[in-house]
Write a protein that binds this ligand. Structure first.
Ligand code: FMN
Length: 365
């Protein structure tokens, strides 16, 4: 029977256990310039006991930013900052991928070059609040639909970011196709009403995601590219007319491409960890889609050590990612393995700030 502490393979990479640190936005990069720093390096190195760290969502371009203080991977200073992180993680024996991010309509004009409107597949304003550049909450704005001729420069931004991630010493990249950000906005009918080759049919709505995956694969090789998806997730005002058909197609295509892994978020914690407790009766993505995607599957969302053990033992997933528990337990794998008590997380220090609630959670003595 497979356990959380059996090693697992992503292509040629052998990961020491099946506990993954989920990507976690913490909004603590150095300003101005959204540059990763020494404190960020210390935080990730503390968590190098994970089989795989997926570093926080990182904007591929200024246009892709949607929150204050999130790091980028489009300037030389950011590459140098991320090098501090990857070197510290590697020294501590860890493996780290970077999550490539464009938020699309979840941005706010205060983050945009020239204070323009955020971009999206279609000019559909999501309900809810944006996080402005000066740390205020403001209603989402109506985005501008990307023109067809802009897609090639968007893809070029992904290529630059994927190359920069390599320069910065990452072990691979995860394409952020989840949680209602740009690629997910293209996938789902609630946010995509385009009539060109990027809208309409499932094939057309999936086109951009697959083009990004192919571009990243050309740089990294297929095994070093993972993809995160959130079928049935409603965070960021997402909806689709037929999510099972859509994501079955997406997973089939990713399977054909032989990507390193797919990282599926369970909708039971679909507000991306914004609330506590799980939604009862939510669809079980790893059950629904496991039969369609035969490659390495990482499952995330609302796991406890016990349910994670079961998921891996039953084969529902190859590995399990933890988000909030990795925030408060730098040595989470060791604690789970020894049955030690877990530190509780403090939601007040999730986003922004300093070492408090970031690098000061205690490890076991
Ligand atoms: C503070 C915080 C930041 C997050 N940032 C990201 C992110 O950058 N990228 C992403 O894909 N998901 C993000 N998520 C979602 C988590 O990766 C994870 O899917 C979610 O927290 C559910 O897992 P959990 O129940 O183990 O916390 C975030 C969640 C939290 C709580």
């Amino acid at each position: 029977m497979t356990t959380l502490f059996d090693s697992f393979k992503v292509g040629d990479l052998v990961l020491k256990n099946r506990l993954v640190m989920a990507p976690l936005t913490r909004m603590r990069s150095t300003q101005p310039g959204n540059v990763p720093n020494k404190l960020n390096a210390e935080y990730y190195a503390q968590r190098a006991g994970a089989g795989l760290i997926v570093a926080e969502a990182t904007q591929i371009s200024q246009q892709g930013q949607g929150y204050p203080g999130t790091p980028g991977i489009h300037s030389p200073e950011q590459v140098a900052g991320w090098k501090l992180v990857t070197e510290a993680v590697h020294r501590a024996g860890g493996v780290i991928f970077l999550q490539l991010w464009h938020v699309g309509r979840i941005s706010h004009s205060s983050h945009q070059p020239g204070r323009q409107a955020p971009v999206a597949p279609s000019a559909i304003r999501p309900s809810g609040k944006a996080f402005t550049a000066d740390w205020q909450m403001a209603d989402f704005e109506t985005p501008r639909a990307l023109e067809l001729k802009e897609i090639s420069s968007l893809l070029a931004d992904y290529v630059t970011a994927a190359k920069n991630a390599k320069l910065a010493g990452f072990d691979g990249v995860e394409i952020h196709g989840a949680n209602g950000y740009l690629l997910d906005q293209f996938l789902q009918t609630g946010s995509n009403q385009r009539t060109d080759k990027y809208g309409g049919s499932i094939e057309n709505r999936t086109r951009l995601l697959l083009e990004v995956v192919d571009a990243a694969t050309a740089i990294w090789g297929k095994a070093r590219v993972g993809v995160r998806l959130s079928p049935h997730g409603t965070f960021n005002d997402m909806s689709d007319s037929d999510p099972v058909a859509l994501f079955s197609y997406v997973l089939g295509e990713l399977g054909k491409r032989g990507v390193g892994y797919v990282h599926l978020i369970e909708p039971r914690s679909s507000n991306a960890g914004a609330g506590d407790g799980n939604i009862e009766g939510a669809p079980d993505n790893s059950k629904i889609f496991r039969g369609i995607f035969k490659g390495t599957l990482i499952s995330a969302g609302g796991y406890t050590p016990e349910t994670a053990k079961q998921a891996v033992a039953s084969g529902a997933a190859d590995a399990v990612a933890f988000g909030r528990l990795f925030i408060s337990n730098p040595d989470l794998p060791r604690r789970i393995q020894s049955g030690a008590e877990l530190n509780r997380y403090d939601r007040n220090t999730f986003y922004g700030g300093d070492a408090k609630g970031y690098t000061d959670y205690p490890a076991l003595g």
